[in-house]
Design a protein around this ligand. Structure first.
Ligand code: TAP
Length: 456
């Protein structure tokens, strides 16, 4: 039986650029059975062969880098420069986990009557559900460690931007000798995603997306006691003290919030600035923002593309209450394309909807503060805790504030959020569990204890 299809649209031109299959229950049931069989073969392969396969995936990505970057750029509306860098990061992620695969080991625990050993066993079959903003990077952050830990994987990309992930799945199938080890399954989250969550043969779901859907996945996973990693929303703080290099902080700030047109869970969209540096910061921040070039995602000169959909742009526009005080209002072309230029809001109290809720669009809110304690208190007055930055020349203050901010990642004098070597994930309603680093790999394992009796 042939599957029905879902059209895929360009956010820049509003033209159809592809279509993907809408997987049904019967096909998914077969796919999960195939994944179980594949996992049993995969885990029996020698470590060196598993490492070689992950390295082959990385080489294949490199060999098709331009094709994948162009697909990602046209599907998400992402500037091609960014898409190329992301695809290079995907290959690096597979290389990192190829290298990590044989470094995983358990402990030896001596006891009065024997010895216990711990082993990191694969979960089995895992489901990875990804969002539309960074489709291929987020797939790789989960597929690579899951395979490295000895699992088979089913990936469900977002319906808005599935093309690069589907192509990635085809490329991996082309070099794999184990059919079903990695499968890309497309269709609506409410059907395909739910089937993965409800199926008892799947041992773990890794989900990246909205807090609302993440909460529903956590509830649904209780029925089969599924392991879950959730990477959810954010409203990250960028805290700038007056003793910082204000020029550096303010020229970096546009990229920390408007990159990917603000459709970034790590966007530092709440910018807290010590009052004595406020004017200098805002002047430079506005100038640096004005210099960003909005336009055709396929041009290497473009800094910002369109938003992902007309519906999403309407949601973002809904935050721009005319009563807000704006330091900058960029203007975007009418269309076709879901264009929206950066907006900078000044909010003395930090209580506006724009300052509190995740917008997921090119809107920054600047909030003044008068003391270190106030900056920390305001930064922590959020249900989220994913990322953030502290800008200061005072090392002790940098460490104090970094430790005090309730967030999974904090960068000092930098807006760095994600490195393949370091764990990434959220405090509070930004999620649970960690991706990347060795923690990301261990998150795809179950810990087993084996006891050996040694006394007579
Ligand atoms: P969601 O609507 O939550 O969708 C994410 C994924 O979940 C998509 O593949 C979606 O499929 C699927 N899905 C939707 N409803 C589902 C359900 N009931 N059961 C199972 N799967 C379901 O988020 P989004 O709109 O793609 O992304 C925006 C949000 O994601 C923002 O809040 C953002 O902060 C967050 N996000 C977080 C991170 C990290 S790393 N923390 C990264 C990116 C995005 P369909 O596309 O078919 O609906």
């Amino acid at each position: 039986m042939s599957l029905s299809t879902i059209p895929v649209w360009s956010p820049a031109t509003e033209l159809q650029i592809g279509e993907v299959a809408a997987w049904g229950e019967a096909q998914l049931t077969q796919a999960i059975a195939a994944a179980q069989a594949a996992q049993r073969q995969w885990i029996r392969l020698p470590l060196a062969e598993r490492q070689a396969f992950l390295m082959r995936i990385a080489d294949t990505i490199d060999a098709h880098a331009e094709e994948l970057a162009m697909l990602e750029s046209s599907d998400v509306g992402k500037p091609i420069r960014a898409a190329r860098a992301e695809v290079a990061g995907v290959a690096a992620c597979f290389r990192y986990y190829a290298g990590a695969l044989d470094k995983v080991h358990g402990d030896t625990i001596t006891l009065d009557d024997g010895i216990s050993f711990t082993f990191h066993e694969p979960v089995g079959v895992v489901g990875v559900i990804t969002p539309w903003n960074f489709p291929l990077p987020i797939a790789s952050w989960n597929v690579a460690p899951a395979l490295a830990a000895g699992n088979a994987v089913l990936v469900k990309p977002a319906t808005l931007t599935p093309l690069s992930t589907v192509r990635f799945g085809e490329l991996v199938a082309g070099i794999s000798t184990i059919p079903g080890l990695l499968q890309v399954v497309t269709g609506a989250g409410s059907s395909v995603g739910q089937t993965l969550i409800n199926d008892p043969r799947i041992g773990k779901i890794s989900f990246t997306g909205s807090t609302e859907v993440g909460q529903s996945i956590l509830r649904a996973s209780a029925a089969t006691m599924k392991r879950v990693t959730l990477e959810l929303g954010g409203k990250s703080a960028n805290i700038v003290f007056a003793d910082a290099d204000i020029e550096a902080a303010a020229t970096a700030a546009p990229w920390a919030v408007f990159d990917n047109s603000g459709q970034d869970c790590c966007a530092r969209s709440r910018i807290f600035v010590e009052r004595s540096a406020l004017d200098a910061f805002v002047d430079t921040f506005v100038e640096a923002t004005r210099a960003l070039k909005l336009g055709d995602p396929s041009s290497v000169d473009t800094d910002l593309g369109p938003l992902v959909s007309a519906e999403h742009r309407e949601t973002v526009r809904g935050f721009l209450d005319p009563s807000l005080r704006f330091a900058y209002r960029g203007e975007a072309p009418d269309g076709p394309g879901h264009w929206m230029a950066p907006q900078i809001v000044l909010d003395e109290d930090g209580n506006s909807r724009a300052a509190v809720e995740e917008i997921f669009g090119p809107v920054a809110v600047v909030i003044p503060f008068d003391s270190e304690a106030e900056a920390i208190e305001r930064a922590n007055a959020s249900v989220y805790g994913l990322s953030g930055s502290v800008w200061t020349r005072d090392v002790a203050r940098a460490l104090r504030v970094s430790r005090a901010v309730e967030s999974g990642t904090i960068s000092v004098n930098s807006n760095s959020s994600v490195r393949v070597q370091t764990p990434f994930g959220g405090f509070k309603q930004s999620g649970m569990g960690r991706e990347l680093g060795l923690e990301g790999l261990l998150g795809y394992t179950e810990l087993k204890t084996v006891f050996v009796k040694t006394d007579d």
